[in-house]
Ligand binder design. Structure first.
Ligand code: ATP
Length: 359
C-alpha cells in the first residue's frame, strides 16, 4: 500500500473503553485506522481483541470514548447500518443454499435482478478463486477452505468499505492456512478495501498486515508495521509474543550491563525509549546466537552445555543450559553443530544483534 502518512483515517478511536460491570475489557484506546489498510489486532486469549472488534463492527457500544467513521461518530450505530461487514469465524453460511445463492444473498436483499446477481457472483467467485462450476454446488459439500472462500465472496458482495475478520483461519490446517494468508493479502490488494483482522497468531499477522496492534490485558501496547514490531518491540511482552527469544535481565553497570538471571557482564544498547534506564531486558533472537569456535570472540559471550537439539526442518534449534537458564540457538542445517549432545559450548552474539527493552 502507499505510505500511511498519505492516507486518510477511516476509523478513529479516541479514549475508547469498554467495561463489563467493573471489569475493563478494553482500556482507553486511541487509534487511527487508515483507508485501505490491512490492520491486524493481535494478542493472547482474553486481551480484548473480540471486544475491540465488536465495538468497531457495531455489535457493542463503547462505555467511554468515541469511535468515528469518516469523522462521524458511530458509537451507537448498529452493525447493519454501517458500511462494514464481518466475516465470521464460524462462517455463518446458509447451509441449505448453493454457493451461488450464498454469495448472491446480499444482492438479493438490495433487489438486484437475477441475471446481474449471477454475473456478480461469478465475478466474485473468480476473485476468491472458486471455480465457476461451484456455482450450483451445495455449500455443505464444500471443504473448509472452499467455504471460507464462499464466506469471503459473500462479504464482498455487500461491497462494504471495511471488512472485519475474526480469526477466520484458526480452524484450518497449517498448509492451507499458509495459502489462504497469501490469498487474503492478494485479495486485500485487489479490492483496495480496509481489512481489520483479529488473530492470536502473530505469525499470521506478520504475513498479511500493513500494521499490527498488539493487545495485552485490554491495552493496545504497541502499534506498528510488522518490521517495527519485530525489530523494535516496546517491551518484554511484545518481544516474546513475536517469537521464541532469549531474554536476559540486566541492571546498569558503568557503560554496560550486569546480568541478573545470568551471571556476567553484557554490552547492549539501552532501550530506545528509555535511554537512561537502570534496568532492562536484553532480547536476543535464537537465529542471532552463534556457537563460538576456539579463540573466536564476540561482543557478548556465555558458556553453557547443549542438552537438546530439535529439527525445525531447514533449521536446527539447540537448547543450551547456562547456569539455571536455558538459551536457544538456531542454525541453518548446513551449519549444524556436530556431536552437539552434552557438548560444552561458548555462545556469542554482537551488540547489533540484540534488542533492549524496558523492564
Ligand atoms: P480470545 O482470543 O480468547 O477470544 P479476546 O482477546 O478476544 O480473547 P475478549 O473476548 O475481548 O478477549 O475478552 C476480554 C475480556 O473481557 C475477557 O476477560 C473476557 O472474559 C471479558 N469479557 C468479554 N465479553 C464479556 C461480557 N459480555 N461480559 C463480561 N466479560 C466479558
Amino acid at each position: 500500500m502507499t505510505d500511511l502518512k498519505d492516507r486518510k483515517p477511516i476509523l478513529q478511536l479516541v479514549g475508547v473503553r469498554k467495561t463489563f460491570n467493573d471489569f475493563a475489557a478494553v482500556e482507553k484506546i486511541d487509534l487511527d485506522i487508515f483507508e485501505g489498510e490491512f490492520f491486524t489486532i493481535v494478542g493472547p486469549s482474553g486481551s480484548g481483541k473480540t471486544t475491540m472488534l465488536r465495538m468497531l463492527a457495531g455489535m457493542e457500544a463503547p462505555s467511554e470514548g468515541n469511535i468515528t467513521l469518516h469523522g462521524e461518530r458511530i458509537n451507537d450505530v448498529p452493525a447493519n447500518k454501517r458500511p462494514t461487514c464481518l466475516v465470521f469465524q464460524s462462517l455463518a453460511l446458509f447451509p441449505h443454499m448453493s454457493v451461488g445463492q450464498n454469495i448472491e444473498f446480499p444482492l438479493k436483499i438490495k433487489g438486484v435482478d437475477a441475471a446481474s446477481r449471477k454475473a456478480r457472483a461469478l465475478e466474485l467467485m473468480a476473485i476468491v478463486r472458486l471455480p465457476a462450476s461451484y456455482y450450483g454446488k451445495n455449500v455443505m459439500k464444500c471443504s473448509g477452505g472452499e467455504r471460507q472462500r464462499v464466506a469471503l465472496a459473500r462479504a464482498l458482495a455487500y461491497d462494504p468499505e471495511v471488512l472485519f475478520f475474526d480469526e477466520p483461519l484458526s480452524a484450518i490446517d497449517y498448509k492451507l492456512k499458509k495459502v489462504l494468508e497469501k490469498e487474503l493479502k492478494d485479495l486485500h490488494r485487489e479490492t483496495g478495501k480496509t481489512f481489520i483482522y483479529i488473530t492470536h497468531s502473530l505469525e499470521e499477522a506478520m504475513v498479511m498486515s500493513d500494521r499490527i496492534g498488539v493487545m495485552r490485558a485490554g491495552r493496545l501496547v504497541q502499534v506498528g508495521t510488522p518490521e517495527e514490531i519485530y525489530a523494535a518491540p516496546v517491551d518484554r511482552f511484545v518481544s516474546e509474543f513475536v517469537g521464541e527469544v532469549n531474554v536476559i535481565e540486566v541492571t546498569r553497570a558503568g557503560e554496560g550491563w550486569q546480568g541478573v538471571d545470568v551471571p556476567g557482564a553484557f554490552r547492549a544498547a539501552a532501550p530506545h525509549d528509555q535511554p537512561q534506564a537502570h534496568s532492562a531486558f536484553v532480547v536476543i533472537r535464537p537465529e542471532y546466537m552463534r556457537f563460538l569456535k576456539d579463540g573466536e570472540a564476540a561482543d557478548n559471550m556465555l558458556e553453557g552445555v547443549v542438552y537438546n537439539e530439535y529439527s525445525l526442518g531447514s533449521r536446527i534449534q539447540y537448547q543450551v543450559r547456562v547456569g539455571e537458564k536455558v538459551m536457544l540457538v538456531e542454525l541453518s542445517r548446513a551449519n549444524a553443530l556436530p556431536a552437539a549432545a552434552n557438548r560444552n559450548v561458548r555462545l556469542g552474539w554482537d551488540v547489533a544483534d540484540a534488542i533492549s527493552v524496558k523492564a
